[in-house]
Write a protein that binds this ligand. Structure first.
Ligand code: TXA
Ligand code: MG
Length: 317
């Protein structure tokens, strides 16, 4: 797939400003962090976030980490407990991601957190990442900048080898120092190691004065149930529905007079992905007996959409 021309930008002022402009325009920019290169998009722009999944060829919507320039910005997006604040004060900027409750007024695309009420957030230490975040002035969502199933890139050349023609630009600042993804800590409510990474978990335990619960999950959860927490609507879902039944609400795709909400009236899968969690939440809030879902073509982003819908429709434990 080659949709776009990928520009190489150097990590000087002009390159940083160009990269920030591309992000503001809803584009995709790979940028260096101290851990690995991330594939960045405006975390408030659902269409841009959907393009991340398309570019990576991810068969499923995993929640993404957002990157912020300051602790103040983080506090506008997530709710910090005392323990979370202690870790942020000790290890930010640095290779530590905190999974925290998402503030209801945070204004992020619901695709970033895959519909979950939590958000993974980190303040990276790499100067080019910090300059980009400051120039952009908002949260940047970024998974590692590799095609799905491939190893994380630690140079701009790795990124280009995997994603050239699928993303708008690569900000080149040489090799990443850490070369390993960030350590991820959640609180449910005890501090829990969700992924080992660049910050040794012993350092975190020393800072908190307690042992961490260890609960690491596979990096790319593909099978149902592999990711610890999934967004699932309260109402049962019925898939591949042409005509809804009495008492059901319908989520449409493509032209559909029967639909109560439509993922994409024009049948655009990027638009559908961007709307998926938001629309499910909205229909679920109306206490219907069931939510009927129109057929979604099982190609491109449709594969990830169908994966998520199939899991949400599966019998609950
Ligand atoms: O070092 C890093 O963390 C790199 C750089 C670019 O910052 N990013 C990165 O992102 O590794 P990604 O998307 O490849 O990995 C994110 C991991 C996934 O395994 C995802 O399941 C988990 O973080 N995650 C994100 N938000 C979460 C949440 N709300 N709850 C549970 N897990 C979450
Ligand atoms: Mg990754």
């Amino acid at each position: 797939m080659t949709d776009v021309t990928t520009r190489m930008l150097d990590a000087k002022d002009t390159g940083i400003n160009r990269a920030a402009k591309i992000l503001r325009d809803g584009g995709l920019v790979a940028f260096p962090t101290e851990t690995v290169y991330g594939l960045g998009a405006d975390a408030r722009n659902g269409h841009a976030i959907a393009r991340i999944f398309k570019a990576k060829g991810r068969p499923a919507f995993n929640p993404l980490i957002i990157h912020i320039a300051t602790l103040e910005m983080a506090e506008q997006i997530a709710v910090f407990s005392d323990a979370a604040m202690r870790l942020a004060a000790a290890f930010w900027p640095g290779p530590l991601t905190l999974v925290l409750p998402l503030r209801p007024d945070a204004d992020l695309s619901s695709l970033v957190s895959a519909g979950l009420p939590t958000i993974g957030i980190r303040l990276p230490a790499h100067p080019a990442a910090q300059q980009l975040l400051t120039a952009f002035g908002g949260p940047i969502a970024a998974p590692s900048a590799n095609p799905s199933g491939k190893i994380s890139p630690t140079t701009a050349a790795h990124v280009a080898a995997g994603l050239s023609g699928r993303i708008d630009a690569i900000l080149d600042a040489g090799a990443c120092d850490v070369g390993l993804e960030s350590t991820i800590i959640g609180f449910d409510p005890a501090p829990t190691l969700l992924r080992s990474g660049g910050l040794p978990h012993e350092a975190i335990e020393t800072c908190l004065g307690t042992r961490l619960t260890i609960h690491t999950t596979p990096e790319t959860p593909n099978a149902p149930g592999q990711l610890t927490s999934h967004y699932a609507p309260t109402a049962p879902l019925r898939l591949n529905v042409k005509a809804k039944r009495t008492g059901e609400l319908k989520l449409g795709f493509g032209p559909d007079d029967d639909a109560d909400l439509n993922l994409s009236p024009s049948g655009d899968l990027i638009e559908a992905a961007a709307n998926l969690f938001h629309h499910l939440h909205k229909l679920d809030a109306q206490n219907a007996i069931a939510i009927a879902i129109a057929p979604i073509p099982n190609i491109g982003l449709g594969i990830a959409i169908n994966d998520r819908l199939t899991r949400a429709a599966a019998p609950r434990p």
